[in-house]
Each structure stands twice: as C-alpha cells, then as structure tokens.
Design a protein around this ligand. Structure first.
Ligand SMILES: C[S@@+](CC[C@H](N)C(=O)[O-])C[C@H]1O[C@@H](n2cnc3c(N)ncnc32)[C@H](O)[C@@H]1O
Length: 264
C-alpha cells in the first residue's frame, strides 16, 4: 500500500485526477457494495422508487458504472455524472448497449447544467468530498436538482466501522496474551490507522482524500441541506472482503451507511 499522502490543501482538480488514475485498478482497491454476500438495502429501495419506469434518475459519482445497467432497466432515463474521465470511459464502455444512459463529466458541486428536475438521485460512496464547504455545496446542488417530493439515497463510507474493527482487533491481540500497549500497536497496524484521521473522519490512500461519515452526521448534514425524513440503515459488508482479518468472522461484519431522504 502506498503511503504517499498529499497535503490536505490539495485542490479538487487534483482529486479528479487521482480518481481518474484509480479507475484502472478499481476492483482491486475498493470494497464492492454489490458483492453477493453484502446485505445492501439500496437495490430494493431503488426498485420501489422506480415506479412504472417513467422516472429520471441521476447516478452521482457513477465511477466505472456498476449501478448503471440496473438503473437503465428500472428507470426511463439515467444521467450518469462523474468528474473523473478515467471512471467515465470505463462506465461508457460498460453501457455501450444501453440507449437511455447519458454521461456528464461534472463535479458534484456544479450540477447546474444537468437536465432537471430529476425524480431520484443516488450517490454510492461518492459523497466523500474532503473539504466540508465543498461537501455542503454538493448536498445543496443535489437538493436543487431534485423535484419537490424527489428522493436522495445512497451509501456513505462509515468511520464508526473503523472504530468497531479496531475494537475487535485489539481484543484479538489481547487474547493472545499480548500486553495492552503492544496490542494497541498491533490493532492500529492491522486496521491501517496510518491512512485515517479518526477524529475528523478522513481516509487518505494513493493520493485520494475521502471523507468518511459518522451515522449522526448523515441526518445532520442532509437536514442542513434541506432534506427531511432521513432514514439510515447498515450496509453489512462481508468478512470475505477483508482479506487477512477474515478470522473475525464470528462477529458481525463491518458496515457502511445506507441513507434515504426526501426533498419536501
Ligand atoms: C468510491 S467511487 C464509487 C463509484 C460508484 N458510485 C460505485 O459505487 O462503484 C467514488 C466516485 O465518485 C467520484 N467523485 C468523487 N468526488 C467527486 C466530485 N467532487 N465530483 C464528481 N465525482 C466525484 C469519483 O471520481 C469516483 O468515481
């Protein structure tokens, strides 16, 4: 794993480039929320929202496009947005036979040029903008893009899940008879604490700087952006996705947070 950590003030344009560079090895570096063993409320929720296939959905931060074929089947029109050309070119390739998907290279803070209003906006692990001002602007842009009564849903990476994993790893080390100080060091190394700012919810890896969320933060930030009826649920990941620490599989797995909210 690369330890090359860019300065915190790296501008957003750099982030677009880092994301673009990450597209080629995406499957190796990122946990797949659509894996068969993951308990993910997203697809049933989207199916409910699709109605009689007469609605428009926008996939915000579509990445290499894993959700787009599903959206194209269930919705009349799909807008796919990402600021990273490397991601968009893989997504376009994956959707070349789908006639109702349109791609837009745009930042999530600048959605003004998109066809609007949309009925449903979905963001899967893309609400990760590291600067809070930008994150707030992004949520406000999504709110403006949706019709009244429209739905915003998605998944955000969970920082509390890293704390949970740390607890399990610490106890696992202590149970081998390791003194507590050494057990802490061991847990921190296994949970890759050097890549996280655990207090502020930030993850830095190969130049990417991502915001990771606390559960209480999801309703707080969505409400501040004008959404209401915020619902949260765990996306239960699979221990299979955690390589070397699969032996913790007797415990409930780590998670990310699914959310669903309405524009009044
Ligand atoms: C972790 S990937 C998730 C991709 C996809 N939603 C999925 O589930 O596989 C995050 C995606 O969000 C995009 N992204 C991150 N910040 C963005 C921003 N400010 N504007 C537009 N896209 C952004 C990245 O380029 C990347 O494709």
């Amino acid at each position: 794993m690369s330890k090359a950590i860019p300065p915190l003030w790296a501008p957003m344009t750099d982030q677009a480039q880092f994301w673009s560079d990450a597209a080629g090895r995406y499957e190796q570096d990122f946990i797949d929320p659509y894996h068969a063993d993951v308990r993910n409320p997203l697809l049933p929720a989207l199916t409910d929202l699709a109605g009689a296939k007469d609605r428009t959905v926008v996939d915000l931060g579509c990445g290499i496009g894993p959700l787009l074929p599903f959206l194209a089947t269930h919705f009349r029109r799909v807008l796919a947005v990402d600021f990273a050309e490397g991601m968009l070119s893989r997504a376009r390739e994956q959707c070349k036979t789908l006639s109702n998907v349109t791609f837009f290279r745009k930042a999530l803070t600048a959605l003004r040029g998109l066809p609007r209003p949309v009925d449903v906006a979905v963001a899967v692990n893309s609400l990760v903008l590291p600067e809070l001002g930008e994150l707030e602007r992004c949520l406000e842009s999504v709110h403006a893009l949706l019709r009244r009564g429209g739905t915003f849903l998605g998944i955000v990476p969970a920082i509390d899940s890293v704390h949970y994993l740390t607890m399990l790893l610490l106890d696992r080390a202590r149970q081998t008879g390791m003194p507590e100080r050494a057990a802490r060091k061991n847990a921190a190394a296994q949970a890759e604490h050097e890549l996280y700012d655990l207090a502020f919810g930030e993850f830095r890896y190969r130049g990417l700087v991502q915001h990771f969320w606390q559960p209480f933060e999801v309703s707080y930030r969505l409400q501040r952006a004008g959404f209401h009826q915020v619902r949260l649920a765990k996306v239960e990941l699979s221990w299979e996705q955690f390589g070397a620490i699969k032996d913790l599989a007797g415990h409930p797995p780590p998670w990310d947070w699914f959310f669903q909210a309405e524009k009044p």
